[in-house]
Design a protein around this ligand. Sequence first.
Ligand code: ADP
Length: 472
Amino acid sequence: MNIRTRLTLLFVMLVASILLLFSVTIYYLYDQFRAQEFEQRLEEKALTTARLWENENQALSNDLPAMANEQVTIYNEQERILYKSNKQLAPFSLPSGFLRNVLRKHTQTIQSGTLEALGVSHYNRQGDKLIIVASAFDRYGFSKLKRLREILFFGWVLCLAITGISGYLFANDALRPVSEIVAQVNTISATNIHRRLRVGRQRDELAYLARTFNDMLTRLEEAFISQKSFVSHASHELRTPLTVMMGQIEVTLLQTRSQADYQAALDGLLDEVKSMIRLVNGLLELARASADATTLNYQPVRIDELLWQAQSHIIQRKPQYEIDIDFENLPAQEEDLVIVAEESLLQTALQNLMENGCKYSPDERVTVRISFEAGQVHLIISDNGYGIPRADLPHIFEPFFRSSSTMTVSGHGIGLALTRRIVELHHGQIIVESEVGHGTTFRISLPTQQQTPTTRSTTFSSDRERLAGLNH
Ligand code: ADP
């Protein structure tokens, strides 16, 4: 059932119940009023008849208009009939004890079928107690009641019909903006993802929905564009070394060469293959960083140990690099050195930054300064290298971006994108400052064990999934 029908039905049901309650109340109150009024008439009739009978001690007609099936019976205290107004009519069959009750309570009413009766006690001039029972059929009262019932019923049905129609129109009108949004959304696809929904000047929930949807489209468009450029960059980066390798092989094969030449050619090819493997590994890590996975092992690790390990790994590979690690201050307690981290990932991030510092500096030297603050570890990784032009700074964390000033140095532009993702997964921050010709400084802040957000336990699994691939 669609919302329009559901809203209409709900509206009709609500109005129907309210109107039914209203009609039943009116009917009930009117019925009460009729009964009271009729009792009054019966009482007047009974007393008037008794007074006239007393005066003339015989049957009389009185001024009060006669009622349908009217019958007035006068009893003495011994329940003997003294007078009966309509001899043709069978007397109202009173239950036993009724007359006694009248004597006790002065008045008493009773109903039998369509007839209603009222008994009233009365003293005559001699001081004897009389019981007068007047009974009749309230023809006018009941016919009014019947009419009221019909009016209320047909009024109720008519109101329901009007409510149904107006409710449907109202729901239609209220939901029109939703239909418009749906129609607009249906026109948006990958080829025209730049399109946006009309928000209008309203400030209601639907305008809010349209705005939220537009924001989502903007995010999707950005992701879409970066995905597209990622693929084209990746293809380009892979094709370049393959072309170089093909060229080298073709040149080598042009003529028969000495063993030393073959050796040199194969060494060249090996370098290209190694570079390609690094690139493919980096791509895999980046791709898997956003994919689902299940094993990411967050554990408490000492940041100082992580730094020393990163340093020794780099030095093993590139002994010419110089990496200085300085402690600006020492933490008050040893626990402040500990952060909850995925050790190998954080290691990768630190190695990227240290290696970049050496790689992009003529002196091949980088300094890592570490300082501690309440709940935070700060790392400052700085070099005195080429620096990054101001215009390139906002882009250096984008995958495949390489600064124009460092094009001569080999690289693929993946390391910093990966590093930033890893830092974010550890609830940290990374910022960069650089000046061309003077060097570059990366500042990283990471929460320590005590300060790690309590949400960690809940984000663990998703982080684990996103990062499992990076481990490989
Ligand atoms: P890669 O080093 O493989 O090119 P990265 O993602 O690590 O990829 O770095 C992206 C770019 O940022 C580098 O190409 C370089 O232009 C610039 N960059 C990174 N670190 C430094 C640094 N310490 N000094 C100067 N430029 C840097």
